[in-house]
Design a binder for this molecule. Structure first.
Ligand code: C2E
Ligand code: MG
Ligand code: MG
Ligand code: MG
Length: 281
């Protein structure tokens, strides 16, 4: 992974800022300082239950506001965190912050809302992952069932045997497991059947196809929903931007949806404000 994305990792500096070489090199130093400088924060994108129309949880998404360059996308800096090994500390911070914020939703009267946290390949392969997850839920006093970890197909398929053991250990802790970006990586039906997973998140590229009337993408979404339901998994559609997409998903029997149509990712205070309006879709 590191090799193939090597050129892309610096792209936001070179294309957006026409930077010189020494600026490229300063990125790593910037990232090292970012955590202690409070430059990271989390935003939360609501997940909506399509039966009730209400918010049942939210996905935590990391944001980096660089003091000079402004907001930088996680698509650009998460690979850099992985390359430098900083993902260990930053990932742990994300886990704790997400659990703490989820507890705050409960304290504000929104009981039982769950939080999803993205886990990168290196985090998943960290031998201390289980301990870190356990510490986060214990120290933040979050019921384990309300924490969900999102992993891509490729992460678990790289070493299916080893992944199964880690997933089982997480499961026995009570933590839920979601397969993120489903349909875009290498999955195997045989493994999806045996992995202890709870949720499939259908990748947003398929929702884009639904919107422009691509019948293959619509068929993939419909089949994925059926597939998940038949396997007893919960299914989430990502990237819902229009009413038509939402109606389509309801007709398909999809359980949950996430996307700009309902809400963009929001900082904690704005999420709480939205919850207080008791929105329904
Ligand atoms: P992801 O986990 O698949 O997250 C979904 C991405 O789609 C988010 O981008 C979200 O803002 C965006 N999105 C949500 N709804 C819509 C929509 O309706 N339309 C469109 N066009 N986009 C939508 P974001 O926040 O830029 O995150 C990108 C990726 O970065 C995430 O993909 C995830 O893989 C990674 N990431 C984000 N936060 C973290 C983190 O805390 N840790 C790790 N390891 N990775 C993270
Ligand atoms: Mg995700
Ligand atoms: Mg995704
Ligand atoms: Mg993604």
């Amino acid at each position: 992974r590191a090799k193939s994305s090597g050129a892309k990792q610096y792209s936001f500096y070179s294309s957006d800022m026409n930077a010189r070489g020494d600026e490229l090199l300063s990125l790593e130093a910037d990232l090292r300082r970012a955590l202690s400088n409070d430059e990271f924060h989390l935003e939360y994108q609501p997940q909506v239950d399509l039966t009730s129309g209400s918010i049942i949880g939210a996905e935590a998404l990391i944001r980096w506001v660089h003091p000079a360059h402004g907001l930088i996308s996680p698509v650009d800096f998460v690979p850099m965190l992985e390359k430098t090994g900083l993902i260990d500390t930053v990932g742990e911070w994300v886990m704790h912050q997400a659990c703490e914020d989820c507890r705050a939703w409960h304290a504000a009267g929104f009981a039982q809302l769950r939080v999803s946290v993205n886990v990168s390949a290196l985090q998943f392969n960290d031998v201390e992952l289980l301990g870190k997850v356990r510490r986060a839920i214990e120290e933040e006093a979050l019921p384990a069932e309300l924490l969900e970890l999102e992993l891509t197909e490729n992460i678990v398929m790289r070493d299916p045997q080893g992944a199964t053991e880690i997933l089982q250990a997480l499961h026995s802790m009570g933590v839920r497991i979601a397969v993120d970006d489903f349909g875009t990586g290498y999955s195997s039906m045989a493994y999806l059947k045996t992995f202890p997973i709870d949720v499939l998140k259908i990748d947003q590229t398929f929702m884009r196809g639904v919107e422009i009337g691509d019948s293959s993408d619509a068929a993939i979404v419909e089949a994925s929903v059926l597939f998940a339901r038949k396997l007893g998994l919960e299914v989430v559609a990502e990237g819902v931007e229009t009413r038509a997409q939402l109606d389509f998903l309801r007709d398909c029997g999809c359980h949950l949806a996430q996307g700009f149509f309902m809400s963009r990712p929001l900082p904690q205070a704005k999420l709480l404000a939205l919850l207080r309006t008791h929105p329904s879709w």
